[in-house]
Design a protein around this ligand. Structure first.
Ligand SMILES: [Zn+2]
Length: 230
């Protein structure tokens, strides 16, 4: 591997440290769905960001670590797992034939978040990005229609995998999973090392803004327009 996983984690931590200097709390209502990337994430726990840190701040780090893991697993697959590499390339070619994918090409901080802001009662949407993204997913072919290597022709014309090829592919997928778990453990170990500077940045750039928001809320609740003890 050209760059170690630890070096990649440090590099993405530095990107996150640059991003966080520009962070401000959102003024609109936050997301209501639970985020599968961040909730209970061992990476967020290793980074020391599991408690009292806004989700958006956690999410920006989660998605950067996801990039590190995916890039490492992709490299490993390309080098060591030819059947799986072939299937993934095929899948990618099918996907790139799709016209418009609103969930792709976003900065890491925005991946996996709600695509659309909360709707306002008096301003209905003509369409939402979520609907477009769902449509693109629905248009894709089922994942179990796997095809054999050997042809660069139209993917739809490739013959289906033989039972032997399917078994070999399943074995490669298990190896890729195992490698991904190893990378995940190394990312967590490196994030534990990075914890002091992550926490220092949260203390400097996040905490004061959260405290200011809370103070604002308190004074609103104390105002005569919003009597606390009616
Ligand atoms: Zn998240």
């Amino acid at each position: 591997m050209e760059r170690s996983i630890e070096a990649r984690v440090s590099h993405e931590v530095e990107n996150w440290l640059r991003w966080i200097t520009r962070w401000h709390p959102a003024t609109h209502r936050g997301r209501s769905r639970i985020c599968r990337q961040c909730l209970g994430s061992p990476m967020i726990a290793s980074a020391g960001l599991a408690v009292d840190v806004p989700h958006v701040v956690q999410h920006a780090l989660s998605m950067r670590m996801k990039i590190v893991i995916e890039a490492s697993v992709d490299e490993y697959t390309e080098l060591n797992l030819p059947l799986l590499a072939f299937e993934l390339n095929l899948h990618e070619r099918r996907q790139s034939a799709q016209a418009y994918r609103p969930t792709e090409g976003l900065d890491p901080e925005f991946r996996g978040l709600d695509l659309d802001p909360q709707p306002a009662a008096d301003a209905p949407y003509l369409f939402t990005f979520s609907e477009l993204a769902d449509q693109q997913l629905a248009d894709q072919q089922p994942a179990d229609q796997l095809l054999a290597p050997g042809s660069t022709a139209n993917p739809a014309e490739l013959p289906p995998l033989t039972p032997e090829e399917k078994a070999a592919l399943t074995a490669e997928i298990a190896l890729a999973d195992e490698f991904a778990s190893q990378v995940g453990r190394r990312v967590c170990a490196q994030l534990t090392q990075e914890r002091p500077r992550l926490l220092a940045a949260v203390a400097e750039y996040v905490e004061p803004q959260v405290q200011a928001l809370l103070a604002d809320l308190e004074s609103t609740l104390d105002s005569p327009l919003w009597p606390r003890n009616p």
